[in-house]
Design a protein around this ligand. Structure first.
Ligand code: GAL
Length: 852
């Protein structure tokens, strides 16, 4: 019996027939309950499994493979397509191609990719609404369901969803096909390729919360009370109007701390309505990088008093603001932004998002004392923002690297006019509940900042769109064109981000006395982990370049627009009203291997024409640089800290002792030669000893975290340093000369990982001598195998010039280290063992267990 019949029965039952009434009510309750069970209010299921893939157009190696017709209509045989795991980056498997641009990582990202998935839809699902959601697909996505196009999205970094209710076949099989097209010349770095973020299948009832329906704003927040503004949008996709109400619960630690009900509204068929209310939270648990407390908001939509939709949203309560005089304030206190810029790739994993890889990045950054990330220059994955919320990282979320004036022939500039509004709205709506986000950056080094004119209009327009979606965070840009100070562009920003130009900070401050400032990009120091050239030369930013395309780690090398780290610290200390800095970059990324990008002479400003010509000639002779990933990172592409890590840690963690000696002390080719020793520290004073002999005690100057002992002739043995704070010994550090490579040592970032098909363990492979000292310049090739139900997902070593594939079971060490990334296969219940062997070295193994 359906509801109507049960209700009719109640209506027709005579007054005295109590058993009949009770039976009818029971039938009604059972009937409603069973309907609720049959059609859940909302399901949001992971849709990553079961995809197959093929590529066409420009293929690896340059050959062009014609794209067959009829793929979307199932008219083309796809039986031989490859099964792939989403998130998937089709270019990261390579091969590296020396002929491809250094700038985009020498990887074959350009071309067309097709993805297909078959799935069934139960007959009962026909009364629901169904959507396919992509957190990002690179790029120009066109999505087809059973042969019909359901939508397209050009921008590769945004999330989008399309409805497919009318195209689905209920009670039978269905096919979804996605066509992606990556044009050449579309990016200044490696963009990745493919469905590189997660896919979700969303099914709702006809009356339901819209996409990104709910925003919970921080209005007034202090330690005692928080006023939050809740806005939710409900759409009625049924054929009759619906009397709709909304209920909410706020949960902390799984317990309801507040709830409420909003007055009902009648929503006409096909229309939507907004629900708004204020929520007061007493004694709120404030979110901060040190204590990232998160709340849940559960929103329930009722139609005719019956629940029809329910969804949980995560949010944080915090008061964040940029001030003109005193930098950035969080929960009433000044917080210096010790930030890094990050591109979206995850090193050997490419652009394919992965929570374990992101969590490792954030862990390493936090170990250095970093508290903020600027997502240069595009929206990051949802995973990244969720982990910033959970682990405590502030974030500047950035939309574009260009507006109407493009930087590359086929970049977003071509689509800006048609797409920017949709993209900005989608970006802000997806991200605005994340407490980690403190500002919206509508652009990086936008060319319109040079010229002003129509740029002013564009900038104001973008701000207006952002504002209409979120009025709680300021709009900023990373600005490099100094003309912006005079041409009106600078005045369009609510918070001014300066890229580089550290010697001109005062000009900006004077020009915009009422605008808060921060350094959106600093330094751009480049280096290769474990490489040192002699003598280190602070005056010559290019002195550390080597003929085999590496850069010395004495950390004095930077492009002409950048500056060694130490100089930036001095300037930041001079202008304490600056909210802090975002170093270019936290990690090395794929592509843009300045100074060995395109024509390196552009980056280096040679002193004489002769010097410049000689360098150009060298590049010509050597056939151009093989470099395919950046040198800018404080941490290399595999997550191994470079020396600079300790320079930043010294400054960013003033209360934690940092004491780091460079270079390594294994120089058989330098016996008797001057080999300067630098120490990165936050101690007040350091005494240095070489082979037991004191080389003197030095005091650190304010704003400087580097102590230098030049007069040291290399002899094998040991270097050690004793650091003092307030006159007391604080920390010791020793570096010893290594003998020959003798064994492999393995260590994993985590001993147990989930067998969910996604989770990863990152295993550091070190080449050691017999006493366990890492052999600093060892390049031994290591072979890997897995015992058990798992796989080697990728390998790497941080060498920016290596063309060895990332997806392989062997890797050469680079300066003593390489990395293996492993997974336990989905559903496996037993541990896996990674074995590492190398000719002439004692082998090693490590076991990783599935977590419960
Ligand atoms: C900046 C730019 C970054 C990167 C960096 C390298 O000017 O915004 O994307 O190219 O230079 O130093």
């Amino acid at each position: 019996m359906n509801n109507t019949l049960a209700i009719e029965k109640i209506a027709h039952i005579g007054r005295t027939n109590w058993p009949g009434i009770i039976t009818a009510i029971a039938i009604l309750i059972i009937s409603l309950a069973s309907q609720l069970q049959a059609t859940p209010l909302r399901t949001e299921s992971n849709f990553d499994d079961g995809w197959s893939f093929a590529r066409f157009g420009k293929m690896p190696g340059g050959e062009v493979l014609a794209e067959p017709k009829g793929i979307e209509k199932n008219e083309f045989n796809t039986n031989d397509w490859r099964a792939v795991k989403i998130p998937h980056d089709w270019a990261i498997e390579g091969p590296f191609d020396a002929k491809l641009a250094n700038e985009t990582g020498k990887l074959p990202y350009a071309g067309i990719g097709w993805y297909k998935k078959d799935f069934t839809m139960p007959a009962e699902a026909k009364d629901q609404r169904h959507f396919i959601h992509f957190d990002g697909a690179m790029s120009h996505a066109q999505v087809y369901v059973n042969g019909s196009k359901v939508g397209e999205w050009v921008f590769g970094y945004n999330a989008f969803r399309f409805e497919m209710t009318d195209q689905l076949n209920y009670g039978g099989s269905n096919t979804v096909a996605v066509r992606l097209d990556n044009p050449d010349q579309s990016s200044r770095w490696y963009p990745g390729a493919g469905i590189y973020r997660h896919i979700t299948l969303i099914s709702t009832q006809p009356v339901h919360l819209t996409q990104w329906s709910t925003f919970i704003r921080n209005k007034e927040v202090n330690q005692n009370e928080a006023t939050m503004q809740l806005s939710s949008q409900v759409v009625n996709q049924s054929e009759t109007s619906a009397n709709t109400s909304l209920e909410y619960q706020v949960l902390f630690d799984g317990k309801v701390v507040q709830d409420g009900k909003l007055a009902s509204q009648s929503i006409a068929a096909g229309k939507s309505a907004s629900f708004e209310t204020q929520i007061q939270l007493a004694k709120p648990q404030l979110w901060s990088p040190e204590k990232p407390s998160l709340y849940q908001l559960r929103v329930t939509v009722k139609s005719a008093d019956v629940a029809v939709d329910q969804k949980d949203f995560t949010f944080g309560v915090r008061d964040a603001k940029f001030t003109v005089k005193d930098g950035f304030h969080l929960n009433g206190q000044r917080v210096q932004l010790n930030g890094v810029c990050m591109h979206h790739d995850l090193g050997p994993l490419g652009a394919a998002t992965n929570r374990a890889a992101i969590a490792r990045q954030i862990r390493l950054l936090k170990e250095m004392g970093s508290n903020a990330i600027r997502f240069s220059h595009n929206p990051p994955s949802k995973d990244y923002l969720e982990l910033c919320d959970e682990m405590g990282m502030l974030a500047i979320d950035e939309s574009f690297d260009c507006w109407r004036k493009g930087k590359k022939r086929n970049d977003y500039g071509k689509h800006f006019d048609e797409w920017h509004e949709r993209d900005i709205r989608a970006w802000v709506r997806r991200d605005r509940n994340h407490p980690c986000i403190i500002a919206w950056s509508t652009g990086n080094e936008i060319l319109e900042f040079k010229t002003g004119g129509e740029g002013i209009e564009i900038s104001n327009r973008l701000t207006e769109i952002v504002r209409s979606e979120d009025d709680t965070r300021p709009v900023t840009n990373g600005v490099s064109r100094w003309q912006a100070v005079e041409n009106g562009m600078g005045a369009t920003l609510e918070v001014f981000g300066i890229n580089y130009h550290h010697v001109k900070y005062d000009i900006g401050l004077k020009a915009f006395p009422d605008t808060p400032f921060y350094a959106s990009e600093t330094s751009s120091t480049f280096s290769s982990r474990g490489v040192y050239t002699f003598p280190p030369n602070v005056k010559n930013k290019k002195a550390g370049l080597t003929k085999d395309f590496h850069v010395s780690s004495y950390d004095y090398s930077a492009p002409h627009w950048g500056a060694p780290v130490d100089q930036v610290f001095l300037r930041l200390d001079k202008y304490p009203s600056f909210a802090g800095e975002f170093v270019w970059t936290g990690f090395d990324y794929i592509g843009e291997p300045t100074p060995f990008n395109k024509d390196p002479t552009n980056a280096l400003n040679f002193d004489t024409e002769k010097e410049k010509d000689a360098y150009r000639e060298f590049m010509k002779q050597s056939g151009g640089a093989p470099s395919r990933s950046s040198y800018f990172g404080i941490i290399d592409l595999c997550g191994f800290p470079k020396d600079r890590f300790y320079l930043y840690r010294s400054r960013w963690m003033p209360n934690e002792p940092t004491l780091h000696i460079l270079p390594h002390w294994t120089w058989p080719d330098r016996v008797g030669k001057e080999t300067p020793i630098h120490v990165y520290t936050n101690a007040d004073e350091v005494e240095l000893f070489v082979n037991g002999e004191s080389k003197g005690r030095q005091k650190r100057q304010p704003s400087s975290y580097r102590l230098v002992w030049n007069d040291v002739a290399y002899q094998p043995g040991e270097v050690y340093a004793i650091a003092y704070k307030d006159g007391q010994e604080w920390q010791r550090c020793t570096v010893k000369t290594a003998s020959d490579a003798s064994k492999i040592e393995l260590s994993s970032d985590r001993k147990s990982i989930a067998a969910d098909g996604y989770d990863l363990a990152f295993i550091t492979v070190s080449i050691k001598d017999k006493s366990g000292i890492t052999v600093p310049r060892s390049m031994n090739e290591v072979n890997f195998s897995i015992e058990g139900d798992g796989e080697i997902v990728a390998v790497g070593n941080g060498d920016q010039t290596s063309h060895e594939p990332f997806q392989a079971s062997k890797r050469k060490a680079f300066n003593g280290l390489c990395l293996a990334i492993v997974r336990i296969n989905k559903g496996a219940t037993k541990p896996i063992t990674l074995k590492a062997t190398s000719s002439g070295l004692q082998a090693a193994e490590i076991t990783i267990s599935p977590s419960k």
